[in-house]
Ligand binder design. Structure first.
Ligand code: DP6
Length: 362
């Protein structure tokens, strides 16, 4: 029989990797802050997992005395409500685990007593408007569900990741994803569904122009709270604009209709930033370089007569540029390099190209 010390020696680990996603119809505003229930549906594209992703290892052992987490090598507190909600929801759904090699059996009820160690790495700047929390919470929930043998489908897991960060629910799927806002008070129908798999519309190429990798001054969470409290434009957007755009965007994605896709993506990004300006006090996520990138794309699209590139900006100045195909992506890069040459006095410091992917800082 194993001694008490020996029986404490095992560690069970699981590692997962999750890409970030970029919304083409934005989520901005919550109707329930604790459960993270949004005021509108949103649609996103999940990036290639090779870039802009989070890698998370979760470990459990009877020798761990408390839950602990490290982000990019630095220990962070797990006391926040969002982490606790995700941990609680996964623990609640945990199943039996049997590891014959280790001679190990963890029963459902053991998970309440066992502690976790979590190590997470982002391969891109954290909290710089590149949706780091989206990849982070999606990866955490996915890894924990595997570790604890929680038999939930991806949509049900997305409803748990949503309680970590709203946009995280969309990173549980590849391809094009819709976050359905739902109606239930408990949030059980506020979850993500895949609209199209990751090979759908493979011509698209995404380039991220990293204007700044500094942390943003106003977090998405507090920014959207202030918008909900003060912006009349947000109310109009939620009732009159987004429902129609969601239908049109789903059609555009299904039909590979780049002209509609680009028009909707740019318009929605611009309206989101208009809502930020309509917030009291106003929030400025974009800067002069962001505005110059918009001008550059708009002029080029008009010159061509049909859109070559769509732009969208989240809660930061970095531009996400979606080109219709490789040819357009090469031309876009040439234009960006011409207007924003390396080592010039613009604060645009790098752009990298990939298949529905990208990166990163010079
Ligand atoms: C502008 O998901 O970061 O990127 O739910 O408070 O964690 P919380 O906010 P978060 O907000 C993302 C806002 C956005 C638009 C989007 O991704 O849809």
């Amino acid at each position: 029989m194993a001694s008490a010390e020996e029986s404490k020696r095992w560690v069970r680990m699981m590692t997962a990797q999750t890409p970030t996603n970029i919304a083409v119809i934005k989520y901005w505003g919550k109707r329930d802050e604790t459960l993270i229930l949004p005021v509108n549906d949103s649609i996103s594209v999940t990036l290639d997992p090779d870039h802009l992703c989070t890698t998370t290892t979760v470990a459990v052992s009877p020798s761990f005395e408390e839950d602990r987490m490290w982000l990019n090598g630095k220990e962070i507190s797990l006391s926040g409500g969002r982490f606790q909600s995700c941990l609680r929801e996964i623990r609640r759904r945990a199943g039996d685990v049997e590891d014959r090699e280790k001679g190990l059996r963890i029963g459902k009820s053991d998970w309440e007593k066992l502690h976790l160690h979590i190590a997470s790495f982002n391969n891109f700047p954290t909290a710089a408007g590149l949706a780091s929390s989206a990849a982070g919470f999606a990866c955490l929930v996915f890894a924990l569900a595997k570790l604890m043998n929680a038999k939930e489908d991806q949509s049900q897991l997305s409803a748990i990741a949503r309680q970590g960060s709203g946009s995280a629910c969309r990173s549980l799927f590849g391809g094009f994803v819709k976050w359905i806002m739902g109606n239930d008070k408990d949030g059980s129908d506020s979850l993500a569904v895949q609209l199209a798999h990751d090979k759908h519309w493979d011509d698209l190429v995404i380039i991220i122009a990293v204007v700044s990798s500094r942390q943003k001054e106003t977090s998405s969470t507090s920014g959207m709270r202030e918008s909900v409290e003060t912006s009349l434009l947000l109310q109009h957007r939620v009732k009159e604009v987004v429902p129609k755009r969601i239908v049109q965007m789903e059609e555009a994605i299904k039909n590979h209709d780049f002209a509609s896709f680009a028009q909707l993506t740019c318009a929605d990004s611009n309206q989101f930033h208009a809502v930020c300006l309509d917030t009291c006090p106003p929030i400025f996520y974009m800067n002069d370089t962001s505005h110059r990138i918009i001008n550059c794309v708009e002029k080029w699209n008009r010159l061509e007569g049909t859109p070559q590139v769509a732009y969208t900006f989240d809660a930061g100045p970095n531009a996400v540029l979606i080109s219709r195909d490789r040819k357009a992506a090469v031309q876009l890069l040439q234009r960006l390099l011409f207007y924003f040459p390396p080592n010039s006095d613009t604060d645009l410091n790098s752009y990298v190209i990939g298949d529905k992917s990208i990166l990163k800082d010079a």
